[in-house]
Design a protein around this ligand. Structure first.
Ligand SMILES: Nc1nc2c(ncn2[C@@H]2O[C@H](COP(=O)(O)OP(=O)(O)OP(=O)(O)O)[C@@H](O)[C@H]2O)c(=O)[nH]1
Ligand SMILES: [Zn+2]
Length: 307
């Protein structure tokens, strides 16, 4: 039977297969290619399962090849990675101008990650009800001016006060598998509860497990839209870093730079201060936004200092 992993709690995985939620577990070892993983299975994985004789539970026999995945370095084990979610159609970044403030630099790091994972991204600006004054207007205008021309959708909502928030977002998530990310406090849970009103109930169910003393590190959980499609929430995972991107590769993950790659004088150009650099020229001519170029330089130097 084929199904999709929708939740992982310790050694048990909830799989949705043939319209049923089935508790499954792994038996034996799984080869993961070159990846060294702390979790062999992630939410979003498609798996082949087999019911245990005379039981309501099943064994995972095969993990089907992942179309894509979001991964981060393990905080517990050196040289190991942790898959946050897989088989995604898009990643949603929720940002706010205030309480907390999301910086453009953070947005750029996120977008570099999703570009490197080959996952489309959209930006939801939440708490627009708190926007007030010139500073807020400038921040919002920058977001519109910078990201929309690059092809990233920018939606402006108030999850708390806007009754129409669900209708506004639905066309962008219906029929898709979307990961929700963003700083703590930007309103991810509030938004999720608007989009999937039953979600809160589900969350309570998880804490119900823990009161029985079962190990419940919930890595991620999938919630279903009644119109089709799903949302993956990642409690406890506030952000994922940029993983193993080579200096000369970084510009590939800036869509506005991609168009000019190969045009610089030196083919290993890092676009910092090299003579004949077309990227620097395009920044000067106004084709590449200076904030984006600044983020590019910041990421380059931060990644260097991490080595
Ligand atoms: N003013 C305003 N407050 C909001 C809005 N959406 C959410 N909030 C508030 O922001 C706070 C954080 O919201 P959450 O939904 O818990 O944020 P979160 O992103 O899930 O936070 P973590 O669980 O820590 O990752 C809560 O007090 C919400 O009531 C909004 O549109 N406007
Ligand atoms: Zn260059």
């Amino acid at each position: 039977m084929k199904g999709r992993v929708i939740k992982s709690t310790g050694s048990w995985y909830t799989v949705l297969a043939e319209d049923r939620f089935i508790q499954t577990r792994l038996k034996g070892k799984f080869k993961q290619g070159d990846l060294k993983l702390t979790n062999p299975i992630s939410v979003g994985d498609w798996v082949e399962i087999e019911m245990e004789p005379g039981q309501e539970t099943a064994i995972i026999r095969t993990i089907l090849p992942r179309e894509n995945y979001v991964i981060r370095k393990s905080t517990r084990k050196q040289h190991f990675s942790h898959i946050i979610a897989s088989n995604l159609d898009q990643a949603i970044l929720v940002v706010t101008m205030k309480n907390p403030r999301t910086s453009l630099g953070f947005i750029d790091r996120f977008l570099v990650s999703t570009e490197s994972f080959r996952i489309p991204a959209i930006i939801i600006v939440n708490k627009v009800d708190l926007m007030d004054g010139e500073d807020a207007e400038d921040w919002l205008q920058d977001i519109r001016d910078i990201y929309k021309p690059l092809g990233y959708e920018v939606l402006e909502v108030s999850a708390m006060h806007d009754e129409g928030v669900r209708d506004k977002i639905l066309p962008f998530i219906q029929g898709k598998s979307s990961l929700i990310s963003g700083h703590s406090g930007v309103g991810k849970s509030t938004l999720l509860n608007r989009l999937v009103p039953e979600a809160r109930q589900e969350t309570n169910e998880v804490s119900g497990y823990s009161s029985k003393g079962v190990h419940t590190t919930t890595f991620a959980e999938m919630f279903f839209l009644k119109e089709g499609g799903d949302l993956i929430d990642t409690p406890g995972i506030k952000e994922f870093g940029i993983l193993d991107v080579e200096d000369t590769e970084l510009s590939h993950y800036f869509p506005e730079m991609r168009a000019y790659l190969g045009e610089c004088k030196y083919n290993n150009c890092k676009h910092i201060n090299e003579p004949g650099c077309v990227i620097i020229q395009k920044v000067e001519e106004g084709y590449i936004h200076p904030y984006r170029y600044q983020s590019y330089i910041n990421i380059l130097s931060e990644e260097d200092s991490h080595r």
